[in-house]
Design a protein. Structure first.
Ligand code: G3I
Length: 446
């Protein structure tokens, strides 16, 4: 009989003799300190693991038992929506939302706020409004709710689902959108003023696949917000998957590219229809994608048991209707326990800090890429009169820049970038001619 030890990168190991499928005995090592709940394991990776909670289920002991044991982040499934909190204009009803927030906080859990501004779930009085009256009412809602919960919310979904499905990559039509394209940034500014301690997220669905027009549209908005100083801290990926909309193979790329813009990313409403090992593998892939991106703060599943789900017939969650752990639960826990707590090297991972002693620092992060070109972004700190040198390698050519005053040497490979009065983040597009190596950047004070 041959005994093998599978190595595990944790310090303390316990060994268990198990029967392999072949009938041969195999000695398998497992981490002695492996966490046994989702929240505890995610915490060991510097992340959270959350769930959506419904206030009317807080009297169900099976539900509450799983909630208290497994999760360290809570989102109100419906109770913090506009129709729930402001059923009559300027008359707020926090009772059900408070039951969830208080339960979570009493149990030492954090809270995601969902959602301050949305075209859907508006109370009747708001649905009938338009123009400046609606804009004011929306901002009043954002300000009052974010102020009421100030200091209690880890992250707010400030704006939910504002982009259109399909190939346009543009905004969704709605009464809020018709108040002017700046309604989203206005909501973010109001939320920041009301609760400066909460992370402010844009949250949407069907933004998981990097090549989808909707993903690109949201990316461009976040890029624009970061460039112009609109206070956005994070992007939420709802992640509602099924066989027609499976977990994309480029999920990690999507999360990393958004993170490279300088925002956190969060998986906010995960559920995956299906069963057995197929479902378990997809769950595992999502968790691994999050663990591979250092700015992915955590994962929230959209409910506890399959029977609690908004699409219960698709059995999309981690616990069955009786509260038993499913294969998907085991795969998520194992992905968390085996995950790395740091960001592994990836082709798109950011940061090439240079010249730290020179009075300013330039940090390069990769942006979007295509078959013939890629975008890069440089964030400068330490001085306002910076001069950044960007060096590309032949046959690369910088064909566009933004947010900088730029000039080139005679080779065309070395660009000198200076501030153009629009902040300390600038970008450029490189036509790579087959050479996709990363440009180098350095900074000096001029
Ligand atoms: O509680 C009432 C009940 O009293 C009434 O008898 C019944 C029949 O109309 O409705 C019940 O309310 C429903 C509520 O869920 C609670 O079950 C609402 O009609 C129904 O519209 C609501 O659906 C929610 C949906 O958002 C719309 O707000 C789902 O629970 C919730 O899971 C879902 O969550 C959304 C996220 O907020 C945003 N992303 C997509 C996600 C899934 O659709």
């Amino acid at each position: 009989m041959k005994l093998t030890v599978k190595s595990v990168s944790r310090v303390a190991l316990v060994s268990t003799l198990v029967a392999a499928a072949t009938g041969a005995a195999v000695l398998v090592a497992s981490p002695a300190s492996a966490a046994t709940t989702l929240g505890a394991s995610a915490a060991e990776r510097g992340r959270y693991f959350g769930t959506a909670v419904a206030a009317n289920k807080l009297s169900d002991s099976t539900y509450v038992g799983i909630l208290n044991r497994e999760f360290d982040m809570v989102t109100a499934e419906n109770e913090m929506k506009i129709d729930a909190l402001e059923p009559q204009q300027n008359q707020f009803n926090y009772a059900n939302a408070d039951r969830i927030v208080n339960h979570a906080r009493n149990q030492g859990k954090k809270v995601r706020g969902h959602t301050l501004a949305w075209h859907s779930q508006q109370p009747g009085w708001m649905q009938n409004m338009s123009g400046s009256a609606l804009r004011s009412a929306m901002l009043n809602h954002v300000t009052k709710v974010a102020t009421y919960y100030r200091g209690k919310i880890h992250s707010w979904d400030v704006v939910n689902e504002a982009f259109a499905d399909g190939s346009s990559g543009g905004r969704r039509d709605s009464n809020l959108q018709r108040t002017g394209n700046d309604w989203i940034e206005a909501a973010f500014r109001a939320a920041r003023a009301a609760d400066p301690g909460a992370k402010l997220c844009y949250n949407d669905y069907n933004t998981d696949n990097w090549s989808h027009a909707k993903t690109q549209g949201v990316y461009r908005m976040v890029q624009d917000f970061k460039t112009r100083g609109v206070p956005i801290d994070c992007v939420g990926f709802q992640a509602h998957f099924n066989s027609g909309n499976p977990v994309p193979s480029n999920y990690h790329t999507t999360l990393q590219n958004f993170a490279n813009l300088g925002v956190d990313v969060q998986i906010t409403e995960l559920d995956i229809e299906g069963s057995g090992s197929t479902q378990a593998q997809q769950y595992q892939g999502v968790v691994q994608a999050c663990l591979a991106v250092s700015r992915c703060n955590g994962v929230t599943v959209w409910g506890i048991r399959d029977s609690d789900s908004w699409r219960a017939s698709g059995t999309p969650l981690l616990f069955d209707g009786s509260g038993n752990k499913k294969a998907a639960y085991n795969s998520v826990l194992s992905a968390l326990n085996n995950g790395s707590s740091t960001n592994p090297t990836t082709p798109t991972s950011p940061t090439t800090p240079t010249n730290p002693g020179g009075g300013c620092t330039a940090t390069y992060s990769a942006g979007q890429s295509w078959s013939d070109r890629f975008n890069g972004q440089v964030t400068v700190s330490g001085a306002s009169n910076w001069i950044v040198t960007v060096t590309t390698s032949s046959p690369q050519k910088i064909i566009a820049t933004w947010n900088t005053a730029a000039s080139w040497d005679s080779s065309g490979n070395v660009m000198t970038a200076r501030p153009n009065g629009n902040g300390d983040v600038f970008g450029f597009t490189v036509q790579h001619g087959g050479n996709t190596s990363r440009p180098t950047v350095s900074c000096r004070v001029g």
